[in-house]
Design a protein around this ligand. Sequence first.
Ligand code: SAM
Length: 305
Amino acid sequence: MTLPAPPRAAVFGSPPPDLVDTPEGAVQLSPLRPGAAAIEGIAEASLESIVLLAPPGAVERRFTLAHALRALRPGGRLVALAPKDRGGARLNAELTAFGCTVAERFKARHRICEAERPQLLSGVEAALAEGAPRFIEGLGLWSQPGIFSFDRIDPGSALLLETLPGLKGHGADLGAGLGVLARGILGSPAVASLALVEIDRRAVEAARRNVEDERARFHWGDARETDLAGLDFVVTNPPFHAEGAEDRGLGQGFIRAAARMLSRGGTLHLVANRHLPYESVLREAFRTVDTTAESGGYKIFEARK
Ligand SMILES: C[S@@+](CC[C@H](N)C(=O)[O-])C[C@H]1O[C@@H](n2cnc3c(N)ncnc32)[C@H](O)[C@@H]1O
């Protein structure tokens, strides 16, 4: 049997095709793409080229750039770009600090940096350590920079946890993150199973460590596309950002997906920022909708199928 050839080219995220070319057959490395390879697992000095839409968070971005340079062979080509106001302004300096000589251009509000991987890299180990998974003492949980609310409990999730009734039967936590809500839900002995669905691989890996319970199942995937069905409850603090930009349709998609997953009489427990337009979608998809709490700019909805 012949093993598949190791990848020669990689892409991280979705660099706009009108700004940069992505080589055909490039392997996807973003943790936000279910099924993608992990950039951390790419062999040292094995790639010819990487095209990378750099993430907005500084620690996460330096971690990703450092991994990309580590994975490229000396002389291999890195194209890294980001919107000017979401990390682009710092890209050149960050790559220069790693030892790269950078050629830079601007287009469509993006800064686009091209560099060859130098023979000698500097500061890469520190960036890899700074962005790596770690145990956050104050939180008592495993986490990693780049994951949603990576070192503190989101106030919306805290309110949902405070107000959640004792749940029972089979359920799902959509957009489960580090497993903050899942840990609360599984505090009820009447819960028979809980599917944690999450699109960020790093969060799924952290949640596996944070939620040690045989009733938990972990799904790295898009909550709007799972085949979960016949559930008694769904709990969610849905996202309203996709790759840095506000996307209200995402939460609405979560609500419709929850309605598909629930049995008749099953309940959705949802927290949302008060300004988000979820009520009409809830009323379309569910028989009854109640606001059970409102505090600090958040609303808790309980919707029955
Ligand atoms: C507001 S956060 C809530 C996280 C966690 N439940 C908590 O309470 O801390 C929303 C989560 O949804 C995840 N997410 C975003 N889009 C998703 C999608 N299409 N499918 C599944 N999860 C998604 C994000 O990565 C993020 O972890």
